[in-house]
Design a protein around this ligand. Sequence first.
Ligand SMILES: Cc1cc2nc3c(=O)[nH]c(=O)nc-3n(C[C@H](O)[C@H](O)[C@H](O)COP(=O)(O)OP(=O)(O)OC[C@H]3O[C@@H](n4cnc5c(N)ncnc54)[C@H](O)[C@@H]3O)c2cc1C
Length: 285
Amino acid sequence: MSFELLVPKDEEKLFSLMEEGDYKLLAGGTDLFVKIKKDLLSPDRVIDITGAITEPKIAEKGEKISIPATATFQEIAESPLVNREFPVLAQSARAVGATQLRNMATIGGNVCNASPSADSLIALYLLNGELTLADREGERRLTINDFITGPGKTKLTRGEYLKSLEIPGISEDFTHYFEKVGRRNALDISVCTMGYLLKKEEDGTVEELRLAYGAVAPKIIRATSVEEYLQGKKLNRENIAEAKKLVRSEISPIGDIRGSAEYRKKVAVRLVEKIGNTSNSANEI
Ligand SMILES: Cc1cc2nc3c(=O)[nH]c(=O)nc-3n(C[C@H](O)[C@H](O)[C@H](O)COP(=O)(O)OP(=O)(O)OC[C@H]3O[C@@H](n4cnc5c(N)ncnc54)[C@H](O)[C@@H]3O)c2cc1C
C-alpha cells in the first residue's frame, strides 16, 4: 500500500485537505484497507477523520440521540443510552465481527460503505435514522434511506463527510429484535439479516410493525407489504403464513459464495416466524 496518510486535528483542517487532489476518508479502516490491499482502490491520500469530530460522545439531544460517525461498534454495544433506548441498534452492534473488529469499525464507516449486508443499517432503517453531513458550506440532513442509493453507493459528495447520526426517540412499548444468519457466528458476512420493531395491543393485535431485511436486495428493504398486512391482526399461524408469501414476493436476493438466491429467499421467509418473539436478546453472541 502506498499513499500519504493525513491526520487533521480539527474540522477546518479536514475541509482544507478535502479540497486538494485525490483522497479517501478513513475511520476504522476495516473496509477501506481491505479494498486498498485488494487493489480495488488506490488513493494517493488517505485522510483520517477520527481526530476531526469535536463531539465524540453518544448523547441525548432533545427528542433524539446523537451518535458521532466515528463511534465504534464496541462503544455502541456498551452504551447504556443505546441499550436502553434502541436495543435493536445495540443488538446489531454486537453482531458485527468479533471484539477486535468492533473496537476498530465505526458506524459511520458501516453507513458510508453502504453494503446491503451491513448490520447496523437494519437498525437504522427501522429507527428512521437521520444523517448529518458536513462540508465547508455547512451541514445537511438526509434520512438513511435517501443517503444510500445502491450497493456501495451514497449521496456523499466531494468535500463532505458524515459527521453524526441522529435517531428519533421511540416508545418503550416496542419489542426490538435483530437476527443475522450466516455460516458461522462471528466474523462472517451475513446470508440474510432481519430486524423488527413490534408494538402490540393488550389483546395481542399488532398496533405497529416495522420490518427490515438485509442482504436480500441491492439495499436494505423495509418489508412494507408485511408491515401493512399485519397491522390490526393477530400473529396467528394463518396471518404469518400470508406474511411469508408477501416477503417472498418483496425480496430479490442474488446468489454468491455465501448462499444461492433461493437459499436466501428461504431464510428470509422462514425468519418471518420470529415476529412475535418477545425476547430483546435474540442475537446476543
Ligand atoms: C474481518 C471483517 C469482518 C467484518 N464483519 C462485519 C460484520 O459482521 N458486519 C458488518 O456490518 N460489517 C462487517 N465488516 C465490514 C466493516 O468492518 C464495517 O463495514 C465497518 O463498520 C466499517 O467501518 P470503518 O470505520 O472500519 O470504515 P472504513 O474502512 O474506515 O471506511 C469505510 C468507507 O466509508 C468511508 N467513511 C468512513 N467513515 C466516513 C465518514 N464519517 N464520512 C464519510 N465517509 C466515511 C471511507 O472513506 C470508506 O469508503 C467486516 C470487515 C472485516 C474486515
